[in-house]
Design a protein around this ligand. Structure first.
Ligand code: GLY
Length: 421
């Protein structure tokens, strides 16, 4: 009986303990002052960097990289064409500096014709990162129409038989020996955000139905049991059967290309946001766990370009010369994409998991913001980050700045500032 007398007190202490630890974890989930300061400093310097870049950018082009002291550009038809105007818009949102908005407007004009492109799946990258941000900030009916037409072009590549959007047209496999007729790449998940948008603004569910079907097919065929991703799945267009699972930009067919895994995490997090289907959240978490708990993820959490470089059991189907890269190149872009994704994912999970996601994102952002990865003011051709790897097989843009690393880094910093608001 005496023991029972103590129960209310014990309960009270327990409740106090629980509410104390709840308050503690809630506090831990708030943006940290030190990180907010860093975000402000980075964003302010990035405004200056992009104004510098703006001065060197020829008309009708977008920035591609800065390599061996040379600034390289690309046309609006490149898959990267949306990132520069998108970055200008994030920086305008931060600074309200009208020079940034003005140049974004000029580059958007160059991009308008892309709304009719049906030759590849990149419409989401090109149009949603650019016009999507412009519509979010400026609410222009014209931008909305351009986005809807872009979504129409993208869904023209959906095949009911395979249940997915064809990413590229016919292409030779990385070993050059076979033809891939219906290649779908994990990156394609990123283009689906444009389709969810089109359904929202038109009230026509057909766009989002394509996005959901593509997500289902990707979930079924693009992942190994440990939720690491294949880069490419090739389908038989007539029967819908999977013909092969391989890589075009990774180290080996069975390896995990870091940026591919980053696209997967970001893509499934976004699809969960748009559908609220639990299965997609669980999948995103498993994909994130694979990335952030990987034994080969360096301490600073900026991944090597592929998680399995030089490991036994992973055989490159391309001419790989280890002497060419005595140090395995990193991919800063993958860390930028994952940090943006983790900040969002943290908003959908229990406090303990959210804390892990946030601290990982903070480590990534702190590393990227350090002098090791972030260029000094006035350097790097105006790009913000250094050390991304575009396509190591093929030796394209290895260990250099790229516009998509900057874009997702700025997005992550803006998301961090917006946390809790
Ligand atoms: N989406 C192309 C790439 O990630 O390289």
């Amino acid at each position: 009986m005496d023991k029972l007398k103590n129960i209310p007190i014990l309960l009270l202490l327990l409740l106090l303990g629980v509410s104390h630890s709840n308050a503690q974890s809630k506090d831990q989930l708030k943006p940290k002052q030190e990180m907010l300061k860093l975000a402000d400093q980075v964003l302010a310097q990035s405004v200056k960097q992009y104004k510098l870049m703006m001065q060197q950018l020829p008309p009708g082009q977008v920035p591609r990289t800065f390599e061996n002291g040379k600034f390289a550009t690309a046309s609006p038809y490149s898959w990267i064409s949306g990132f520069y105007p998108g970055s200008l818009l994030y920086l305008y949102e931060y600074s309200r500096d009208s020079a940034l908005l003005k140049d974004a407007g000029v580059r958007l004009k160059d991009l308008e014709k892309i709304q009719y492109v049906t030759a590849n799946h990149d419409l989401g990258f090109m149009m949603y990162c650019s016009f999507g941000n412009a519509y979010r900030l400026l609410d222009s009916a014209r931008y909305k129409d351009i986005l809807v037409q872009s979504a129409k072009s993208l869904v023209s590549r959906f095949y009911p038989k395979t249940g997915c959007i064809k990413s590229w047209n016919k292409i030779k496999s990385l070993d050059g020996k076979r033809m891939l007729n219906f290649p779908v790449i994990i990156d394609n998940m990123m283009n689906l955000e444009l389709l969810f948008f089109a359904s929202k603004v038109t009230g026509d569910p057909s766009y989002k139905n394509v996005a959901i079907k593509h997500t289902e097919t990707t979930l079924k065929n693009h992942f190994r049991p440990d939720y690491s991703s294949y880069h490419v799945v090739d389908y038989d267009e007539e029967t819908g059967a999977v013909k092969s699972k391989e890589t075009m930009q990774g180290f080996a067919d069975n390896s995990t290309w870091a940026r591919g895994q980053a696209w997967a995490i970001y893509g499934f997090t976004m699809v969960y946001r748009e559908t609220k289907v639990k299965k997609y959240l669980e999948a995103a978490q498993k994909m994130a766990a694979h990335f952030i708990n990987h034994p080969n993820l360096p301490k600073d959490k900026v991944p090597y370009w592929d998680f399995n470089v030089n490991q036994p059991g992973f055989n490159p189907p391309w001419k790989y010369d280890p002497a060419k890269y005595p140090e395995v190149p990193r991919d800063a872009s993958a860390a930028a994409i994952v940090s943006a994704a983790l900040i969002e994912l943290a908003g959908y999970t229990d406090p303990k998991t959210a804390l892990k996601y946030l601290t990982t994102a903070e480590t990534m952002l702190k590393s990227l913001s350090s002098a090791k990865y972030r260029a000094a003011a006035g350097k790097n051709g105006g790009f913000i980050l250094m050390h991304s790897s575009g396509g190591v097989p093929g030796d394209i843009e290895v260990n250099v700045p790229v516009s998509y690393a900057d874009y997702y880094y700025l997005e992550a910093m803006m998301r961090y500032r917006g946390m809790g608001s």
